[in-house]
Design a protein around this ligand. Structure first.
Ligand SMILES: Cc1cc2nc3c(=O)[nH]c(=O)nc-3n(C[C@H](O)[C@H](O)[C@H](O)COP(=O)(O)OP(=O)(O)OC[C@H]3O[C@@H](n4cnc5c(N)ncnc54)[C@H](O)[C@@H]3O)c2cc1C
Length: 476
């Protein structure tokens, strides 16, 4: 019997590809996902990268946006094996001299730890955390739309438009609160004196109070596997080990949805696109890259500030001025000697990640796009600065350079892990300014990756909104 035609083929099984497929399947459409690699997940995979028994997150590790995502929250992912592990505190930010500031789940406890700046933290972040669902619905979608929650958006938008360095200096008097905000803002991989760099900080800080910064038990792969299992339960199919090199060779379907950044998308579909659109996609800009270290340790990191051991994520880079200088250097194309390091210590809270008493560490810093510098030593020095004796605990290490990231996944162009620079222009116009940015001019061809709104991070909302565009076009 001939196979019935599909409604949609999704190219790539990152969180956005899987979310797009799920939303289509939920509407009763016949969907198939084709994934180049042997396992599903894109930037949400885990593997033994160092020694046997040590489970490392290959890309993403900490999931404030996934835990707070409007679509993931609605779907029954727990029934498909997803279990969130909440560390004692979402984030610690050590400072020289053995002190640390902590982003706690509780707004009041965070404020208490910030001393004189506690009230300002409450005023800035509290209202956003309290209205997280409205905020997430507004910011995790294309920005160029009429707001559904104008008051929440206005409360967010005014400070969010400021450069993070300006907001930190204006809102806070002490170095602790300033450093805390700067470190969270640095997730955006932009110089902190640029417009709208406060937006990332406010969203992630509010998410920390509202839903935490959790990690999936057993590794990030657990989230990808839960999405894949839910998709299959809806009748969706997934084929792994199936790189798509030619759109003409795809199974017949009414729509093709690509979980791809513009560059790999152009390589695959460029000949189907009108020249004007193609040129605009060619002009899409990529941001700084990540250089990552995965470590196996024979014990926990010996933090000078003991509170750091309560946190799943630790930001290393000293105070606001030092972090801002490092991020500006990266934007100028320089490799910082004292980089801002984002570190996760999952095995402290999830004991299946490493054999008895041993631990995993996930750490990366920002380097210029395409950089070939080996910054292993700079990252380790930064950890040692706040945890003397840490280096003596290293059993094995694995470094991943920007080029290795791009080889692993062509969406990481030049090692950019966000699917394209997230400056103000490319937040508004992603990948280009269009009312429905997911739809391409080629009939039936769509984009759903982190290079579409709302951008990088694991939340699935690019895929969800792309699926809604497909559903509207198919008249379902
Ligand atoms: C080091 C690192 C750390 C990160 N940390 C975090 C974090 O802690 N929290 C967070 O929220 N986000 C984090 N991110 C970002 C996050 O992983 C990405 O924003 C997210 O994975 C993007 O999802 P996506 O679905 O758009 O694409 P991707 O995850 O890139 O998935 C695309 C998929 O498509 C497949 N593919 C590509 N080309 C083809 C083809 N031709 N045929 C078939 N399949 C193809 C790829 O193999 C891949 O599986 C991190 C990323 C990296 C690299």
């Amino acid at each position: 019997m001939p196979t019935p035609p599909l409604d949609a083929v999704v190219v790539g099984s990152g969180p956005n590809g899987l979310a797009a497929a799920i939303e289509l399947a939920r509407r009763g459409l016949a969907v198939k996902v084709l994934e180049a690699r042997a396992t599903v997940g894109g930037g949400v995979r885990s593997a033994e990268l160092t020694l046997p028994g040590f489970v490392h997150d290959v890309c993403s590790a900490i999931h404030p946006l996934a835990a707070g995502s409007p679509c993931f929250r609605e779907w029954p992912l727990a029934d498909h094996g997803l279990e969130w592990v909440h560390p004692g505190a979402p984030l610690a930010h050590p400072l020289d001299g053995g002190r640390a500031v902590i982003l706690e789940r509780s707004l009041a406890a965070t404020a208490a730890g910030l001393g004189g700046d506690g009230r300002a933290w409450r005023r800035l972040v509290g209202p956003l955390a309290e209205r997280w669902e409205a905020l997430a619905a507004e910011v995790l979608r294309p920005v160029l739309r009429l707001p559904r929650h104008p008051l929440t958006l206005a409360r967010f938008g005014l400070p969010a438009l400021l450069p993070a360095a300006t907001l930190a200096r204006r809102a806070f008097a002490g170095d602790g609160a300033r450093a805390l905000l700067a470190g969270i803002a640095a997730h955006g991989m932009q110089p902190l004196d640029r417009m709208a760099t406060s937006a990332v900080a406010l969203v992630l800080a509010a998410a920390g109070h509202a839903g935490g910064w959790p990690l999936p038990r057993g590794g990030s792969q657990g989230l990808a596997d839960a999405l894949a299992s839910y998709l299959r339960s809806l009748g969706g199919e997934i084929e792994t080990g199936r790189p798509v090199r030619d759109l003409a060779a795809l199974p017949r379907s009414r729509a093709v949805v690509c979980d791809l950044a513009p560059r790999p998308f152009l390589a695959l579909a460029g000949d189907r696109l009108p020249e004007a659109y193609r040129r605009r996609l060619e002009g899409f800009r990529y941001g700084p890259a990540a250089f990552k270290l995965d470590l196996a340790l024979d014990g926990p990191i010996p933090w000078a500030a003991e509170d750091c051991a309560r946190a799943g994520t630790v930001h290393l880079g000293g105070g606001l001025e030092e972090i801002a200088a490092g991020e500006s250097a990266v934007a100028r194309g320089e490799v910082s000697e004292s980089p801002f390091v984002l570190l996760a210590q999952q095995s402290l809270f999830d004991d299946g990640r490493a054999p008895g008493g041993r631990h995993t560490v996930w750490a990366y810093c920002h380097v210029p796009n395409g950089s070939t510098a080996d910054v292993t030593d700079a990252i380790e020095r930064q950890i040692e600065r706040f945890a003397p004796g840490f280096r003596d605990r290293i059993l094995a290490r694995r470094a991943t350079s920007p080029a290795a990231f791009e080889e692993y996944n062509p969406n990481y162009v030049g090692g950019d892990i966000n699917g394209g620079a997230q400056d103000l222009y490319q937040i508004l116009a992603r990948p280009i300014a269009l009312p429905v940015p997911y739809r391409t001019p080629a009939e039936g061809l769509y984009l759903c990756s982190a290079s579409t709104p709302p951008g990088g991070g694991v939340h699935g909302m690019c895929g969800f909104h792309a699926a809604r565009a497909v559903i509207a076009d198919l008249g379902v």
